[in-house]
Design a binder for this molecule. Structure first.
Ligand code: ADP
Ligand code: MG
Length: 728
């Protein structure tokens, strides 16, 4: 269909050029047709030398009047040409006999190059030379993104040949997979048909507005972008429908809390607070999904502190009430432990009379405890299982897993997130899946890359929270900040002081402290230990400094390399209020919940991403006390850095911060391990093309249902083999 013609059986091995094409990802005719030029050269006109400005690139035809190989200085070929209006010297530092022959005195030549004013009159160095008199091209000449070993001439030929095959000239409508019926609503006047668009973008007419080409507003560009977005929407829609082939256990009645839902009702009654409106709405959305017999794939996003944990607990109750097990996976041991403690307190009194319990699984668990936990999971006695990655190991076998919940989902890789789905035995059956995130996903991103998920949003904070005041403070005023800590502690409040791990060898890069990097570098003594000490210097030095500055105050130190028991002891002491000041790495970034903490100091704040700062800041302001966050920066701070920190201080809204982050850093940061670079959009821009995105979203289901063949053809054309990521 649109693949390159099959190689004959006794085919020669691919040429270096063919290999170079493959390296650029150009395999099929459509790949080549969609390889859009970087820029264009105008070879459609001849200019008289007398009219040409020095410094400009021009094309003219002239006669050779003199040619010599000069030997003085560097050996070079110097040719003088005359077009009747002026003369020009062409210089070649590298040349071949054939070129000398073509440039012999008396020859008429067509020359193109950059004109320069030289010592002996005007000259061109290494211009392109052809015989004069041939027809001039009628279109601009494309210059393609290329790589070493792949000449433009070869690429132009390859693209043109492929283009002629996929969009035969004169029959360009054959190329349209999207018909007028779908295009009209975005204003067909803004569009060209696909075949014409491609021909135009590869060979634009010289009269085109260069601005429209460069800022991608030309109707040909609009068509290309609309098609690309449509392909993305279609493939996600297909992935979503694939999922409908799977069955999931129906959990509950769909109503919340529902008539026979004793467990969820009991939890609601036992909670020391009532649900916010947003929480009620989201729990109802979940209950509806859970009652269905197809697996739920839902993303719950809510700013830090919005109260996602209790929503997860209620969903778990719906699941257990129906007689199924629920798993909750968190990215760090600290968070998993905290969830476990909270859920045990909430649920154990309700579960015990039913012969059920809450189990937990983390990597550093003692063998004996782990064995006991695994047995409870396998027997079904554990109605709820809380843990880290330890949950997805092969040795963990569930009796009947009905719901998998993943907290802080962006901290997991795709494979890890999806591994829990395989924990329900049986072909074509899957548990329901709920992913939670406190890094809000900007709307356009949710509409495009996350279109295969349903999204619920907690857009309301529980009442009684006082806003967090954020201050941007120079590190030179450290002592004042410490005095402020003393005052907070005197009032019985608690304080976090966060230090990044800084890798000086990697140009001062900030290292996330999820334990992995430090582990990597800590062999037995030797070099690794040195690296570890270097990374931890910042946090240990600050700990010592605070201990000295605040005599009589209990200041503790926390980082991922402490033995698990010590980590736990430190966290427990902070939760219970025994420790007043916790000096920590970013291990506390996600989820940790200590409502009495009212001050957060972040050292080297300029080195963090905005969303990460927002996460950290969200550790305070969880109780009723007025809370503050101090962003300490090290001087000198760049103007850009100052802007970013100022934005942080002025905005408390996680969605707004995510939007700024998206604008500053692009979608890659948000998607993390979700997708490979291949799947990122090449032509459309989520912000400027938001209307095309909305159109693609509306059109995808209509095309897929109304013209399934065209829809498949469209996806194949745009995604080829690259759509595999969607199955992940
Ligand atoms: P996050 O969404 O960041 O995971 P948590 O679930 O940790 O937030 O909730 C933050 C705090 O708010 C917890 O102490 C939790 O018990 C409390 N909380 C949750 N919902 C409510 C509510 N409706 N009213 C009052 N407090 C609530
Ligand atoms: Mg949380």
């Amino acid at each position: 269909m649109c693949a390159m013609p099959p190689a004959p059986p006794s085919a020669k091995p691919p040429s270096p050029q063919q290999l170079a094409l493959r390296k650029l990802g150009l395999r099929s005719d459509w790949d080549l047709a969609l390889h859009i030029p970087l820029r264009y050269e105008d070879e459609t006109r001849l200019t008289a030398l007398a009219d040409a400005r020095d410094g400009s690139t021009v094309q003219f035809e002239a006669t050779v009047t003199h040619a010599e190989v000069s030997l003085g200085g560097r050996r070079q070929l110097r040719v003088t040409v005359d077009d009747g209006t002026d003369t020009c010297v062409l210089r070649f530092l590298v040349f071949y006999p054939a070129q000398q022959k073509a440039l012999a005195v008396g020859q008429r030549v067509r020359v193109r190059g950059e004109l320069r004013g030289g010592l002996w009159g005007r000259e061109m160095v290494h211009p392109t030379v052809r015989p004069a008199g041939g027809p001039l091209p009628t279109a601009l000449t494309p210059v393609y993104p290329s790589s070493a070993g792949l000449a433009q001439a070869y690429l132009r030929k390859a693209v043109s040949t492929a283009l002629a095959r996929v969009a035969p000239p004169g029959q360009t409508r054959l190329t349209d997979t999207v018909s007028a019926e779908f295009l009209n609503e975005i204003g067909a006047y803004r569009m060209m048909d696909m075949g014409s668009s491609l021909w135009f973008l590869h060979h634009p007419t010289p009269s085109v507005s260069v601005a429209e080409l460069e800022d991608r507003t030309h109707p040909a560009w609009t068509r290309l972008k609309a098609e690309e977005l449509l392909a993305q929407q279609l493939s996600q829609l297909v992935a979503r429908r694939e999922r409908l082939r799977f069955a999931a256990p129906s959990l509950g009645t769909g109503a919340f809390p529902g008539p026979a839902a004793e467990l969820p009702q009991a939890l609601l009654a036992a909670l020391p607070f009532g649900l916010t409106n947003a929480q009620q709405r989201v729990v109802a959305e979940l209950a509806t999904d859970l009652a269905r017999t197809v697996p739920m794939h839902r993303l719950l996003q809510g700013d830090v502190g919005a109260g996602k944990t209790v929503v997860a607990a209620l969903a778990a109750c719906v699941c257990m009430q129906a007689g199924w097990q629920c798993a909750l996976m968190a990215p760090t041991e600290i968070l998993a432990t905290q969830h476990f403690a909270k859920l045990v307190a909430w649920l154990e009194p309700l579960l015990a009379p039913r012969g059920l319990g809450v189990a937990w699984l983390i990597g550093s668990q003692k063998k004996k405890e782990r064995t006991a936990m695994l047995a409870q999971v396998a027997s079904g006695e554990a109605g709820l299982v809380v843990g880290t990655h330890a949950l997805i190991q092969d040795s963990v076998v569930f009796a009947r897993l009905g719901l998998a919940i993943i907290d802080e989902q962006h901290r997991f890789g795709v494979a890890q997130r999806l591994a829990l789905r395989g924990k329900l035995a049986g072909e074509l059956t899957e548990p329901h899946l709920l992913m939670m995130t406190a890094t809000p996903i900007p709307r356009t991103l949710a509409m495009s890359y996350y279109a295969d998920l349903d999204v619920s949003t907690l857009d309301e904070l529980p009442p009684g929270r006082t806003p967090i005041v954020t201050k941007v403070v120079s590190d030179e005023r450290r002592e004042e900040v410490m005095a402020r800590i003393g005052a907070q502690v005197a009032q019985g409040r608690q304080v976090y002081w966060v230090c990044p791990l800084i890798d000086e060898q990697a140009e001062g890069a900030v290292v996330p402290d999820d334990g992995s990097l430090l582990l990597q570098h800590s062999g037995r003594g030797g070099k690794g230990a040195g690296k570890e000490a270097q990374l931890l210097r910042n946090v240990t030095a600050t700990h010592a400094e605070l201990c000295e500055a605040l005599p009589g105050v209990n200041v503790a130190l926390l980082h991922s390399r402490l033995p698990t028991a010590d980590k736990q002891a430190v966290m427990d002491a902070f939760v219970s209020g025994q420790v007043s000041v916790l000096v920590s790495t970013t291990v506390i970034e996600v989820g940790v919940d200590v409502p009495n903490a009212s001050l957060m100091v972040i050292e080297h704040a300029e080195r963090f991403g905005l969303s990460q700062l927002h996460q950290l800041r969200g550790r305070v302001g969880r109780g009723a006390a007025a809370s503050a966050c101090v962003l300490l920066y090290t001087v000198p701070l760049s103007p850009h850095g100052r802007e970013r920190l100022k934005a942080m201080a002025q905005t408390a809204d996680g969605f707004e911060i995510a939007r700024i982050d998206l604008a500053l850093r692009g979608p890659g940061e948000f998607l993390g391990a979700r997708q490979s670079g291949d799947a990122l959009l090449r032509f459309a821009d989520l912000e400027t093309d938001a209307d095309l995105l909305a159109w693609a979203q509306r059109t995808a289901p209509r095309l897929l249902d109304g013209h399934p063949d065209l829809a498949r053809q469209h996806m194949h054309r745009w995604l080829g083999g690259k759509s595999d990521y969607l199955k992940a």
